[in-house]
Design a protein around this ligand. Structure first.
Ligand code: NAD
Ligand code: UDX
Length: 474
């Protein structure tokens, strides 16, 4: 069965399968289905529970605007299934959008990407496919991964089947995934520079061209495309670490990091985005992808280059430690048996995702200091918080129960606490009735703003002892 139709030397995609129904595969392919009603899109995953959630009224991930998109096309041309093989068999084009976490053991542990999921998805495509397909790396992968995928596909597939491999990295950010996908700054499609490779590249470009202006669809070689994804994340994270490094200087000198960032950002060569100082960047990508770049540099015998990129992560750890030490110092050098309200547990606002959230590092340190921690986040599930903090080196399940209380509103969370610590920039934390929060706290009442979202003059006036990243508060 030939599922790829070729008309006047042009390959037309009519059926897409996406392997991996996660934060990237789910929203990305839902938007493709939404914008391309003539294409059948099936998103498959080994995790049947996750697929059941995609087929229910409560989607497995929180992302503003996603519900509406899924509701508009699920059952029409968008399907979620745990039948991975059927998805592979039917598709002209397959996105591989599986997780690529940092390796936990073996060669490259702590730095390299674990490509086991990419490899197992690739092997499955090779084993199951009965017709030629375009296979697209959607996952973020180290440079030249497409070469390994090609070797696996060619060595394991049936006769007369041809696979074209493309790199199409995803640049969406969580919390803004839907607007990012509907109006991407650019779509990147890398391919081999052979005639077949270019034809496959054009076939995928034609899918995006249903809603993305052609000028924003960039084509290039495979290795440049793979490396561009790691490079973009490293450059973004570098800006945050740079501004966080400046925040330490600001606290020591009396300069204000928001003012400095504003002044620098007005230079059109620098630009204003990604210059918000914070308690440290989190999320599933930045640290992982920079470490991946460090590993790549080391493997290429470029130690100076590796050290350069590593410093971004080192600075991020320093920022978290600095903030933790500030809280301890201000609370008279001990938080043992004190009560702390943690506002925000997600790694950024508008997501329920907690992967690599600075809150995890901070709260674990507070628990180690034997503080009583009260946590409120508008979107993170209780079970997720419990899972993130369950760590035998920090607390036994009994100690966790004793030291951590999860709340479902910000006011109860701060009742009778000594300090409020803001770790995620949720909008609702800007508009709380802080007089009420203050009234119900132990005195002196401390507030630590790790996201620079509070009006510090107002907080001082209410009576709070106020500390903010990157600014002295008088
Ligand atoms: P995720 O963990 O949310 O989802 C991955 C899914 O793949 C899981 O549901 C898992 O069950 C499934 N899976 C793994 N192996 C499989 C297999 N062999 N067959 C079928 N299903 C399989 O991960 P994510 O956040 O969606 O990230 C996916 C990739 O995209 C990663 O490489 C990541 O670096 C990259 N990325 C992520 C983001 C982001 O914001 N999360 C942004 C850009 C790129
Ligand atoms: C990032 C990239 O932005 C995206 O292009 C890529 O596809 C995946 O990785 P994401 O991690 O979802 O996206 O969110 P992002 O908005 O980049 O924020 C990452 C972390 O940096 C968050 O913890 C956020 O709070 C922090 N951040 C961001 C800052 O501390 N300051 C800033 O100015 C911007």
């Amino acid at each position: 069965m030939a599922t790829v139709t070729k008309e006047s030397n042009m390959t037309t995609v009519t059926k897409i399968c996406c392997i991996g129904a996660g934060y990237v595969g789910g929203p990305t392919c839902s938007v493709i289905a939404f914008k391309c009603p003539h294409i059948q899109v099936t998103i498959v995953d080994l995790n049947a529970e996750r697929i059941a959630a995609w087929n229910s009224d409560t989607l497995p991930i929180y992302e503003p605007g996603l519900d509406e998109i899924v509701r508009a096309c699920r059952g029409r041309n968008l399907f979620f299934s745990s039948d991975v093989d059927k998805g592979i068999l039917e598709a002209d084009l397959i996105f591989v959008s599986v997780n690529t976490p940092t390796k936990k053991s073996g060669i490259g542990a702590g730095l390299a990407a674990d490509l086991a999921y990419v490899e197992s998805a690739t092997r499955r495509i090779a084993r199951i496919a009965t017709s030629s397909k375009i296979v697209v790396e959607k996952s973020t992968v180290p440079c030249r991964t497409a070469e390994s995928m090609r070797a696996i596909l060619e060595a394991n597939s049936r006769e007369n089947i041809h696979f074209d491999i493309l790199s199409n990295p995803e640049f969406l950010a969580e919390g803004t995934a839907i607007p990012d996908l509907l109006k991407p700054d650019r779509v990147l499609i890398g391919s081999l520079q052979s005639e077949e490779g270019k034809r496959a590249q054009q076939a995928l470009a034609a899918v995006y061209a249903n809603w993305v202006p052609r000028a924003n669809i960039i084509t290039m070689g495979l290795w440049s495309s793979e490396l561009s994804k790691l490079a973009a994340n490293a450059l973004l994270a570098q800006r945050i670490s740079s501004v966080n490094a400046l925040s330490a200087i600001c606290e020591a000198t009396g300069a204000d990091v928001d003012e400095v960032a504003h002044a620098c950002g007005l230079d059109s060569r620098i630009g204003p985005k990604f210059l918000k100082a914070s308690v440290g960047f989190g999320g599933s990508c930045f640290q992982k992808d920079i470490l991946n770049l460090v590993y790549l540099s080391e493997s290429l015998h470029l130690p100076e280059v590796a050290d350069y990129w590593r410093q971004i992560v080192t600075m991020n750890e320093y920022q978290k430690t600095r903030f933790f030490e500030l809280v301890i110092r201000r609370l008279f050098n001990t938080v043992t048996n004190k009560h702390l309200a943690i506002y925000g547990f997600a790694f950024k606002k508008n997501t329920g995702d907690t992967r690599e959230s600075a809150a995890i590092t901070l709260v674990k340190q507070f628990i180690k200091e034997k503080a009583n921690v009260h946590i409120y986040d508008p979107k993170v599930d209780d079970a997720q918080i419990e899972m993130d903090l369950t760590d035998p080196s920090v607390a036994t399940p009994a100690e966790f129960k004793k030291h951590v209380t999860i709340h479902h509103d910000a006011y109860s969370c701060a009742q009778d606490v000594d300090a409020v610590v803001i770790l995620t920039e949720w909008d609702e934390f800007k508009t709380l009735d802080y007089e009420k929060v203050y009234r119900n706290m132990n005195k002196p009442a401390f507030i630590f703003d790790g996201r620079l979202i509070l009006d510090t003059t107002k907080m001082k006036k209410i009576g709070f002892q106020v500390d903010v990243i990157g600014r002295q508060v008088y």
